[in-house]
Write a protein that binds this ligand. Sequence first.
Ligand code: DX5
Ligand code: ZN
Length: 220
Amino acid sequence: PSPLLIAPSILAADFARLGEEVTAIGKAGADWIHLDVMDGHFVPNISFGPALIKALRSHSSLPFDAHLMIEPCDLFLEAFANAGADHITVHAEAGPHLHRSLQRIRALGVKAGVSLCPATPPEQLSQVLDMVDIILVMTVNPGFGGQKFLTSQIRKIETLRAMIAASGRDIRLAVDGGIDPETAPLAVAAGADVLIAGSAIYGTDDYAAAIHGLREAART
Ligand code: DX5
Ligand code: ZN
């Protein structure tokens, strides 16, 4: 796998000071900014949309990693690309046509990602591996920060790592949900090379120490 990347989720940041929060996390050593978009329909929570991402764009030069928990997603792909998302990840479960959504994301000139909920098997991605740059394994049910890491997802991470190796393609394997210094080593040992974390980073008062702590934990 490629060098480990840390992607803090602003879902756990102070929403009243998001511009500063995004700038601060870059200075603290983040690699990507993870943006959790929730529609109150695909997931039982509402977060923010393209207008907020556009407003944050000038506050960071890091890649903006948009995780769309919205259904259907196709209507909004262009808006997220125009807002400044560098990566757009959609859910395999959101539909209606994952293949078409990935085609559209690629046509917009941004990196294409696909995410799997805990109940979705890895084989769901066998026909789209040639179209993705990022696979995001949900290690909690999507919708909320601060939930407990599901160890049942470890086998799925291992399977996807093997599928990526067999594809010969350069695909990032991200984990999202309940990632902290205890769970990060499990995910990385299984093959993850991007750690997405909300509470374990933004929930602390020393972001640099939290990011460093995740990197160190993952090396053990
Ligand atoms: C959940 C989101 C996650 C969430 C992670 O639906 O996709 O990115 O912010 O939060 P923690 O790290 O607190 O589990
Ligand atoms: Zn996320």
